[in-house]
Design a protein around this ligand. Sequence first.
Ligand SMILES: [Zn+2]
Length: 214
Amino acid sequence: MNPKILILGPPGAGKGTQSERLADDFGVEHVTTGDALRANKEMDISDMDTEYDTPGEYMDRGDLVPDVVVDAMVGEALSDVEGFVLDGYPRNGDQAEALREMTDLDVVLVLDVPEEELVDRLTGRRVCEDCGTNYHVEFNRPEEEGVCDECGGDLYQREDDDEESVRNRLSVYHDNTEPVLELYADHDGYVEIDGDQTPDEVWEDVRAAVEAEA
Ligand SMILES: [Zn+2]
């Protein structure tokens, strides 16, 4: 069994954690947009009528990579693997249409988490400025407040984790991905998962859904 899985959900819903467990447990590739972009930086896109000849040129300049290029790179990444869990793509209705042309999905998982829980999760994150280890002020506290257990470095809050930025990110997510959810709502393998549980409990539901649908 090499299931083709799409995982959808807002920032903070736990897509990364569940995707890694899916990759381990079902032996599929964890494909993220970032990985697809990095792996195909040198892809020749000169016939795509784009501003630059490779995706890497957009990234090196810090320019937004156009949808058509992202679509092509995700397509390339998916064509290399038998089964996958796709995480972080599609981000809008156009990308979802493109994905539909690329591959037939077996399972579409949607992690559902109430907005206030997401705000708590995201605004409570703290990161070690030296080694990058993640903590949470409530759910994953270091032994000593503000100090990294691993290396003794100072913990800080990333700028885009303050409440205003978090609420803004969540509203952008909702605006852009409503059309994606609508497009997949009648897919045979569409399953909504209660993401407002512990990661282990969410995993039990995720695994059961993939076993049932794939
Ligand atoms: Zn550290």
